[in-house]
Ligand binder design. Structure first.
Ligand SMILES: [Zn+2]
Length: 143
């Protein structure tokens, strides 16, 4: 593996379960065990019922493009070979408003639209570091 020159996510007690699951190729999202509300990014309190009984649960990894931007500038070392690339807000199928960020790896700028279906994929970027990213799914954008 070549040297990875982009920032590495910082793992902490709150996010460790998320990163550990990604290493296994599983997308997990916190879910309140009291009111069943999915919560992302990971938090200590459920924003719906203020309960503390949150646990990571596997999700389908499927969703739609809620919004996206085209990154044209390499603002940090390591991004130069990637520009222009797509950074998307993906709304996961499990819950309206449940959104996460990721890059879309299999489409060029101009090839995706808001509402396109996507599915998660996992990219190993360094020893023990696996990032959930997204692929446009199906024929919606010719991918
Ligand atoms: Zn709750």
């Amino acid at each position: 593996m070549t040297t990875y020159e982009k920032p590495i996510p910082v793992r902490d007690e709150l996010t460790e379960g998320y990163w550990r699951a990604a290493q296994q190729g599983v997308l997990v999202i916190q879910r309140c065990q009291d009111c069943h509300f999915y919560v992302h990014y990971p938090r200590e309190l459920c924003p719906r019922c203020l309960g503390r009984n949150l646990a990571f649960q596997p999700v389908s990894g499927r969703g739609v493009v809620y919004s996206y931007t085209v990154m044209h500038a390499a603002l940090l070392p390591g991004f130069g070979p990637d520009v222009p690339y797509l950074c998307a807000v993906v709304e996961l199928d499990e819950q309206r408003g449940l959104r996460m960020l990721g890059n879309i790896l299999n489409a060029a700028p101009g090839e995706i639209s808001i509402g396109d279906p996507v599915r998660v994929t996992f990219v190993t970027v360094a020893e023990g570091v696996v990032l959930p990213q997204f692929l446009v799914d199906g024929q919606a954008s010719g991918a």
